[in-house]
Design a protein around this ligand. Structure first.
Ligand SMILES: Cc1cc2nc3c(=O)[nH]c(=O)nc-3n(C[C@H](O)[C@H](O)[C@H](O)COP(=O)(O)OP(=O)(O)OC[C@H]3O[C@@H](n4cnc5c(N)ncnc54)[C@H](O)[C@@H]3O)c2cc1C
Length: 405
């Protein structure tokens, strides 16, 4: 067995090496330096051995443990790493492929994902299926040697930059809605895939709508079982909630207690009892969020998966983000909506306009509360009268009875 003192010393050394590498390669990098520079950074991170730290070595990861991952994240907290565009691949698609992908899929896709050569997106939500994503209507029909995909997805983050995406589609409308879904890997460069940007309230087009028109997909691109796509999707969503909550615990929060108390001090508001009370509330909420995430990471280190408890972290993050928006508008006044500046209140304003999305993306606050009630607290499930009815007999989205073939 390794001596714990030796292990701690080698971890410290590991953390020092990470920091030195980041100082050399990431100091002064803008958080969004453009796609080519982001890819180059990711490739350099991979070559240095810091991408996929806990992922299996046979697929391109480093095969190390959570302590090394944590040491990396601690060092990375002080740098603005341009990794946003890779977040869905690293946080959701890669872990899904590693959990339930075939050997060929893992060998084909994981290494280029870790090197930033291939960007991934996640195509679940549809115009008529968001919270109730099992009502999805995009369909895949087996035609000779391929599945043919037709339909529409919406709110797909980074789809314009993506090379591949995980799609869930209806493959059997004759069974209840959760049972006739299959997950596929989709080549986003296929001529039958059209991606259109959707502008959000930050002024940017972070997400997109996607149209599939007769996209042919080989059977070896099915992820998990045919008609087993619901459990595949749940695997992705569990990774998503943990990665949103725990990821945010490790990255800079522009509208944090620290940033807002500095802003209050600069404006001579720190002695104002109303402002102080709001800041204290925010501090408490931040501490609760950080402590919960510290506990979840310790559990992951001990081999206990957070499962549905990832939803607690995601819900706390959404509440914290909205709360900090309130406090920021109190302290900054009109400046809290002053976009444009890269630093100071401009940076806070940008983060705030992104904030409400946090209560929706990855599952809304209401859905998180339902999951926590059902699966963490063991409360009775929400009644679902449509769980046993064949999909084609349901009235969902734009489905007409005869269209639900
Ligand atoms: C920033 C961001 C990024 C996103 N990225 C992606 C992505 O990459 N891929 C992807 O597939 N999707 C993505 N989404 C979409 C996201 O998953 C959906 O917006 C979300 O699941 C909610 O679905 P909806 O928008 O259709 O709202 P709806 O499901 O129509 O919900 C409307 C309202 O009804 C409430 N509601 C619905 N059902 C219940 C219920 N059973 N009990 C109580 N209240 C309920 C909801 O909480 C909400 O307030 C993203 C969204 C955002 C904001």
């Amino acid at each position: 067995m390794t001596d714990p003192d030796d292990h701690a010393a080698s971890l410290e050394e590991y953390g020092r090496r990470v920091r030195a590498w980041l100082e050399e390669h990431a100091s002064g990098l803008p958080a969004d330096p453009g796609l080519d520079a982001a890819r180059a950074f990711m490739a350099a991170l991979y070559d240095a051995g810091y991408s996929g730290i806990t992922w299996p070595a046979e697929y391109g990861g480093q095969g190390l443990g959570q302590p090394e991952e944590r040491a990396f994240q601690q060092a990375a907290r002080d740098f603005a790493l341009p990794l946003g565009v890779f977040g869905i691949g690293l946080g959701m698609c890669g872990p899904t492929l590693l959990s339930i992908g075939t050997e060929e899929q893992k060998r084909r896709y994981v290494r280029p994902l870790l090197r930033g050569e291939e960007i991934w997106c996640q195509m679940f939500s549809e115009p008529g299926a968001g919270s109730d994503v099992a009502s999805l209507q995009t369909r895949a029909v087996l035609d000779g040697d391929a599945w043919v995909v037709d339909g529409q997805k919406v709110w797909t983050s980074v789809a314009r930059q993506a090379d591949f995406g995980l799609l869930i589609a209806r493959t059997d409308p004759g069974v209840p809605k959760h049972q006739g879904i299959t997950m596929f890997v989709i080549d986003m460069h296929d001529p039958g895939v059209t991606v259109r940007p959707l502008r959000d309230m930050t002024g940017e087009a972070h997400f997109n709508e996607i149209f599939f028109d007769g996209v042919r997909v080989a059977p070896d691109q099915v992820v998990g079982e045919v008609n087993g796509g619901w459990s595949a999707a749940v695997t992705t969503l569990l990774h998503e909630r943990v990665s949103i909550g725990m990821g945010a615990a490790r990255t800079e929060r522009p509208a944090s207690f620290a940033a807002l108390s500095d802003a209050a001090r600069e404006r001579g508001l720190l002695e104002d009892p109303a402002v102080r009370e709001q800041l204290v509330d925010l501090y408490l909420q931040e501490r609760a969020f950080d402590l919960l995430n510290a506990r979840l990471s310790q559990e992951v280190r001990a081999g206990i998966q957070p499962g549905a408890r990832g939803s607690v972290s995601k819900l706390l993050l959404a509440d914290l983000t909205l709360r900090s928006a309130d406090v920021a508008s109190e302290i900054l006044g009109p400046e809290s909506v002053a976009h444009g500046a890269e630093e100071g209140s401009g940076k806070i304003a940008r983060a705030l306009s992104w904030g409400p999305g946090m209560a929706l993306g990855g599952g809304t606050n209401e859905i998180m509360r339902n999951i926590i009630g059902d699966r963490v607290l063991g409360l009775p499930r929400e009644p679902q009268v449509d769980r046993t009815v064949p999909f084609r007999d349901l009235k969902v989205g734009t489905q007409e009875k005869e269209a639900g073939r």
